[in-house]
Design a protein around this ligand. Structure first.
Ligand SMILES: Cc1cc2nc3c(=O)[nH]c(=O)nc-3n(C[C@H](O)[C@H](O)[C@H](O)COP(=O)(O)O)c2cc1C
Length: 348
């Protein structure tokens, strides 16, 4: 194993250990959902038993407008977690994001693991994942496409994490050429490309640039949940007073503003970053997200309450979402829009 691979393994281990705790939460900045309340409708004709939350995710029908965000990989524990989450996703019939393929690309011995993941996930959509900083350096995408084939990935997610790369020891804060690389990837890939952040958010302006490059989906992964600056600051044993800890655009702001681009562009909008309750998920959907997603709370629930705990958590969240839809007179997800929300400051 190369020195580089050893470094990646120990970094992934530390990421996983830190994300098992709440020490990596944003400090003062929030996702902004707490500013909203639902517009209660005393007159509701929504029939709760007929509310259907199923939705198409790039051609595959899934049960909820929810996916498990890309996490882990590269360590034995990470692989095990991915396998367990694949079974959870299959049970719930929801999409699953995989952790970055970077390590697999460098070590070349992941074919068997990916076959296992696909087997455990049954037919649910799987999202392969790679860093923007990595695709810039690739002369060819052949090996990446080979791995994506092994896992029978439905979608490729490219994560953009400039803040994390900036603060990470031996990070690669160099995204020069990212637009050209993404454009090339879109042209050569047989699958749709989603671009995501990891907790600092994607602005409306950046989203428009991505859409002009042919990106099919945007996961804004905003601020208010896991702070990846926080993760790296803790790894570096630096002062937790570092002002970059709370850097980023709040999740609710990103969803609301990026959703405005839907008037003129066709794309999937995923709202994530600090989605830690049924009400967060419902507000993300009402603000304009097509799908919502969570990472760290899923990891923590899996560790604490095993697979059954994650299944119960997600099922319970979406039972609540149905009740919220009933109380706001929303028969379906199409009619569950931002007019179903009020800003708390306007009413009390
Ligand atoms: C343990 C862990 C590992 C992660 N690894 C990746 C990764 O490999 N690729 C990626 O795009 N995002 C990764 N993320 C970021 C998440 O997908 C997500 O964008 C971020 O944590 C914010 O969501 P949250 O507030 O629900 O945790 C990881 C998150 C966690 C908790």
């Amino acid at each position: 194993m190369t020195e580089q691979s050893k470094h990646i393994i120990s970094r992934k281990k530390e990421h996983l250990e830190l994300c098992k705790t709440d020490a990596v939460q944003f400090k003062e900045k929030t996702s902004g959902f707490e500013k909203y309340d639902f517009l209660h409708s005393a007159i509701t004709e929504a029939q709760i038993d007929k509310i259907d939350l199923s939705k198409k995710f790039f051609g595959k029908k899934v049960t909820y407008p929810f996916l498990i965000s890309c996490m882990t990989g590269g360590t034995t524990e990470g692989e095990n977690i991915n396998l367990q989450l694949a079974e959870v996703a299959a049970d719930l019939n929801i999409p699953l994001g995989l952790g970055s393929l970077r390590f697999a690309l460098e070590t070349n011995d992941y074919d068997e693991h990916f076959k296992q993941i696909r087997k455990a996930a049954k037919a649910v959509p799987l999202l392969g994942n790679i860093g923007g900083a990595q695709i810039i350096k690739m002369k060819s995408f052949k090996t990446l496409f080979h791995l994506l084939d092994k896992v029978e990935s439905d979608v490729l997610v490219v994560h953009l994490n400039p803040l994390q790369e900036l603060l990470q020891k031996n990070g690669e804060p160099n995204f020069y050429g990212i637009k050209k690389s993404l454009e090339k990837l879109v042209k050569q890939s047989s699958m749709p490309i989603i671009v995501k952040e990891v907790g600092s958010g994607i602005s409306k302006k950046s989203a428009q640039v991505l859409l002009d490059l042919g990106i099919a989906g945007i996961d804004i992964a905003g601020a208010g949940g896991t702070s990846w600056a926080g993760v790296e600051i803790l790894r570096n044993k630096q002062s937790t007073e570092n002002p970059f800890w709370d850097w980023g655009l709040p999740t609710s702001y990103c969803i609301k503003t990026v959703a405005e681009l839907k008037k003129k562009n066709k794309f999937m909008l995923i709202g994530s970053g600090g989605i830690n309750s049924s009400f967060d998920a419902a507000k993300a959907l009402a603000l304009g997200a097509d799908f919502t997603a969570s990472a760290r709370i899923i990891l923590q629930t899996l560790i604490k309450d095993q697979q059954a705990g994650v299944i119960t958590l997600i099922k319970d969240w979406f039972e609540d979402v149905k009740q919220i839809m009933f109380l706001t007179d929303s028969q379906n997800l199409r009619s569950f829009g931002k007019e179903k929300l009020i800003l708390k400051k306007d009413c009390y």
